[in-house]
Design a protein around this ligand. Structure first.
Ligand SMILES: NC(=O)c1ccc[n+]([C@@H]2O[C@H](COP(=O)([O-])OP(=O)(O)OC[C@H]3O[C@@H](n4cnc5c(N)ncnc54)[C@H](OP(=O)(O)O)[C@@H]3O)[C@@H](O)[C@H]2O)c1
Length: 200
């Protein structure tokens, strides 16, 4: 059964970017959230150019292999230079961009969804061909949690207090109970995988 998962690199104080992320300025100032992608000596089998530590490569590639489609929020899309107007953050998975606004240059692997998170996840599931759907962006994750759509939350937790940036954790109307199913320490990061147990 296809799952909806969310995997983000996050600081210990809960930020998924440095300060001032924006188009042309990527993830903002001074973030080291993605250093673990490239500071090892084990090449990723899925992402060209990524060289991770051995434990991180195992976690990263097994997650990447699960993903059949992605849903990204408009901020993630814009701050990532619209993934080249036709690409995706994943080498082969189609990308569904959730927004309230038109996005004129979109093509290739990209589809705009303006009808809300349920429609975006449904479209992504359809495109994923039985594989999992990955959510990208704190705003999108909040909507998906509120709608009860998320099965797994993966935090690649980096040992830094960034002190500012885009928050991963947003205000929610209730509690989300998690069960830790995996914790993999690696150089510069610990990979924490939680299943969503219930919301109350
Ligand atoms: N550290 C990591 O692993 C990681 C991973 C992914 C992204 N990032 C970064 O984190 C930042 C993410 O920014 P973010 O959390 O502020 O935003 P986000 O989730 O990427 O995007 C939020 C935007 O998506 C649209 N949206 C969200 N829910 C919607 C809904 N239900 N219906 C219609 N539109 C909806 C809205 O855009 P509009 O109202 O403008 O249409 C909203 O302002 C980016 O800079 C990105 O590069 C980091």
């Amino acid at each position: 059964m296809s799952k909806v998962i969310s995997a983000h690199s996050v600081s210990v104080d809960g930020y998924i970017t440095g300060r001032d992320p924006r188009p042309g300025h990527g993830l903002g100032d001074g973030t080291m959230l993605f250093d673990w992608y490239t500071d090892g000596d084990t090449p990723s089998q899925v992402f060209d150019g990524f060289r991770l530590s051995e434990p991180s490569a195992l976690v990263f590639d097994s997650l990447a292999a699960r993903v059949g489609a992605a849903v990204a929020g408009r901020n993630t899309y814009e701050d990532s230079e619209r993934f080249g107007d036709d690409g995706s953050p994943h080498p082969s998975a189609p990308l569904f961009v959730l927004s309230h606004r038109p996005a004129p240059r979109m093509g290739g692997l990209q589809t705009l969804v303006t009808a809300g998170i349920e429609d975006a996840v449904a479209a992504a599931r359809e495109a994923a061909g039985g594989k999992d759907v990955a959510l990208m962006g704190g705003g999108v994750l909040k909507c998906a949690l509120e709608a009860g759509l998320v099965d797994e939350l993966i935090l690649h937790q980096v040992p830094v207090l960034l002190g500012g940036g885009r928050p991963f954790f947003r205000s929610l109307p209730g509690h989300v109970h998690l069960r830790l199913v995996e914790a993999v320490p690696a150089p510069g990061v610990i990979h924490l995988r939680y299943e969503i147990e219930e919301t109350s």
